[in-house]
Design a protein around this ligand. Sequence first.
Ligand SMILES: [Zn+2]
Ligand SMILES: [Zn+2]
Length: 166
Amino acid sequence: MDSSMIGKIEKAMFYAREPERIHFDKFVAVVQGDHKPHQVSYAHGEWTCDCKFFYGHGVCSHIMAMERILVSSVTPADVSYTMDSGIIGKIEKAIMYAQERERITIQSFEARIQGDHKQHQLQYNQGVWSCDCSYFHSRGVCSHVMAMERLLMDAVETAEAIPLPA
Ligand SMILES: [Zn+2]
Ligand SMILES: [Zn+2]
């Protein structure tokens, strides 16, 4: 591993500890529920899920699980519910889903990350990453991508680094 890559890994660890640097604009994720998988979509603060509970309540365990994982990098779902026992059960489930990361697969996203000098635009689609920084263009990975990998863990595939020419 070359020294420039080590520097990027150190930076990624630093960025991932400051999730307020990361803002998701859009994403699509699949959360494996107890019975079947559900698709959660997010676009500019608007959440949707294809489960039945979502249609009655505007939130569900699948959305709450994603909120727990993405913390301050998404706008929380707009909920106008009263705290009924149904919701409490969903919160408990969301905590469990967020801990069991193998349940969550992110299919695509668009996000921005605040680097040291400027903001960078990141995209992910079915395992393919891109970032608008120059390091990514030459090496296929960068501190911004690695920070996202740390945040999302098993929910995304890792980017493949381009080796330095011999
Ligand atoms: Zn749902
Ligand atoms: Zn980058």
